[in-house]
Design a protein around this ligand. Structure first.
Ligand code: UDP
Length: 238
């Protein structure tokens, strides 16, 4: 088993990771299986894993505006979408043998525990995977901000931000062949170079609290394991 560089992490996955564009499914069995086996492997390495899941595969608040839905209502719908994803992850992880607790920022006691920082830490200390759902519980925020907030609250050492690109580039690698990937950046570098790592609220929260962010490609095989083992992968902002 690989030794881990980190004791406690927040893993942020966007909702889209759970779906399949080809199949047109918001939650796809194979995608769920892949991500959960990686999460389980990391948890089995002895790393305390807090998971923040997005809802973009189902609904994003801003999408609602196009449909004439108020932003705040749309955001509530988006937050509920994260609950659906969190429950799917819980179910799959438990079937793989992991012990999981779901904590919701919006109380819904039939489905999940309420978010209680001290209790979340207790779960983590006991080796349980904690899935944080309902975002921050407030409209106008994102699940990246949730990751930044929860990471600071539970004293995680790092936020692992799983994406579809293998790090941060000086320009869009899909558009420019000569785009260069950074291995490491400071928060100031990102601001000066106008690199969008996370939305500005999430980013400033990380910067103000000195919370490192590792951006890496989830599609790369065993990427989460490699990230946790401290292997060279993605781009680190610190
Ligand atoms: N959301 C919110 N407050 C939060 C977190 C999320 O209102 O603290 C809503 C918001 O509408 C957002 C949606 O939930 O668009 C889904 O979250 P996000 O877009 O971050 O998901 P991802 O893109 O990571 O799948």
């Amino acid at each position: 088993m690989m030794p881990s560089k980190f004791k406690r992490i927040i893993l942020k996955i966007s909702g889209e990771i759970l779906g399949s564009r080809e199949e047109g499914e918001p939650i796809h069995a194979k995608s769920l299986e892949n991500i959960c086996s990686e999460i389980k492997a990391v948890s089995d390495m002895g790393v305390e894993v807090g998971l923040v899941v997005g809802g973009g595969n189902i609904f994003r608040g801003l999408q609602g505006s196009d449909k004439g839905i108020d932003r705040t209502t749309g955001d509530s719908m988006g937050m509920l979408a994260t609950v659906i994803n969190g429950l799917a992850l819980m179910d799959r992880l438990e079937k793989m043998g992991s012990v999981v607790r779901v904590q919701s920022a919006i109380p819904m006691d039939k489905l999940a525990e309420p978010y209680i920082q001290r209790r979340a830490i207790r779960h983590l200390e006991r080796g349980r995977i904690v899935i944080f759902v309902s975002g921050t519980g407030n409209p106008y925020f994102s699940t990246d901000t949730t990751a930044a907030l929860r990471a600071s609250e539970i004293s995680a050492e790092i936020i692992l931000k799983a994406t579809k690109v293998d790090g941060i580039y000086d320009k869009d690698p899909h558009k420019f062949d000569d785009a260069v990937r950074f291995e490491s950046l400071s928060y100031m570098d990102c601001l000066e170079k106008r690199l969008s790592v996370m939305d500005s609220t999430a980013f400033s929260l990380c910067m103000d609290n000195g919370m490192p962010i590792l951006v890496f490609d989830l599609q790369q095989k065993h990427s989460i394991r490699m990230a946790v083992a401290g292997e060279k992968i993605g781009t680190i902002v610190k």
